[in-house]
Design a protein around this ligand. Structure first.
Ligand code: SAM
Length: 285
């Protein structure tokens, strides 16, 4: 089977199987070989790696992964793609296709079964409608993984990488940066996909930390504070946190904590670094 990463070959497969693209599954297939090379190079996929691919589509990236990795596990929700994948991946005996919704799958269990619990790499051109849920499911749960190399919307990649003061800074930035070091790999224009998405895309790699960069006594509490402060983005931190009933914090307590940290008492949550959230969390608990 020839490589699929060209407009001609992809159109041929779509026609052969009378495949109808489903918008609701975020189906935009890659048709540019250079983009695939760049993703694989950045992920540093080698024979020693077991790779989890989320959403193989017609198998365009899966073919590349199968040639370089020891083993590929590809999880695809759309049942109508299964006969196509059986055809396009027939030359490879190191690929396992699983017909499942990635958000319903116990990924930790999968890694234990398929890779003896050893860390895997995730490489994917993600369905954009569930990007954040997928990233958080991979990072928050104790899934053994080395890195996540993914295609996402450009804006989402920027949100993952940015720091305090930027309009893109938010709960996603802090969550990603607590678990991993985000590295932007490259931008990808809409014409590299079939059909073309309405947005520009970015490939980003998240290298998982073995130790988090900050160590609050209770990380879950720190994330509750982070979520609460970005839920009230326009308010000062004092007003935002004290107006969140589930936290049970008075204005005075937040005020005192900020004073102890030598921060302005009218500061907004979007100005705090991860280190400052960790400190605040220990002071407020
Ligand atoms: N990897 C292919 C490529 O690069 O050409 C396809 C990428 S396409 C952007 C996203 C793929 O994810 C589609 O094949 C879609 O059917 C699949 N998908 C969407 N939602 C999913 C889910 N919840 N679980 C698993 N796969 C999903």
């Amino acid at each position: 089977m020839a490589y699929l990463a060209t407009p001609y070959k992809t159109a041929e497969i779509v026609k052969k199987y009378n495949f109808a693209f489903r918008k609701k599954f975020g189906q935009n297939f890659l048709i540019n070989a250079q983009v695939l090379e760049d993703i694989l190079d950045s992920a540093g996929v080698s024979e020693e790696d077991t790779v989890l691919e989320i959403g193989p589509g017609i198998g365009t990236m899966t073919q590349y992964l199968a040639e370089r990795a020891g083993k590929v596990i590809a999880v695809e929700i759309d049942r109508s793609l299964l006969p196509i994948l059986a055809d396009t991946l027939s030359d490879y005996d190191n690929v396992k296709v699983i017909n499942e919704d990635i958000l319903k799958l116990d990924i930790e269990k999968l890694v234990n079964e398929e890779n003896g619990g050893k860390p895997i790499k995730v490489v994917a051109n993600l369905p954009y409608y569930i990007t954040t849920s997928i990233i958080m499911a991979l990072l928050e749960k104790p899934v053994p993984l080395k890195s996540i190399t993914i295609m996402v919307q450009k804006e989402v990649a920027e949100r993952m990488q940015t720091g305090p003061g930027s309009k893109d800074y938010g709960a996603l930035s802090l969550a990603v940066q607590y678990y991993a070091d985000p590295v932007i790999v490259r931008e990808v224009s809409p014409d590299c996909f079939m059909p073309s998405p309405a947005v520009t895309s970015t490939v980003i790699r998240l290298d998982r930390y073995t130790e988090p960069p900050v160590k609050p006594e209770n990380p879950a509490y720190m994330f509750r504070l982070i979520r609460a402060s970005f839920n009230h983005r326009r308010k000062t931190l004092v007003n935002g946190l004290s107006s969140e009933p589930s936290l049970g914090l008075s204005k005075e307590r937040v005020y005192e904590a900020l004073e102890k940290m030598e921060l302005r008492t009218d500061i907004r949550g979007e100005k705090l670094t991860l280190e400052e959230y960790a400190k605040l969390s220990d002071l407020l608990r």
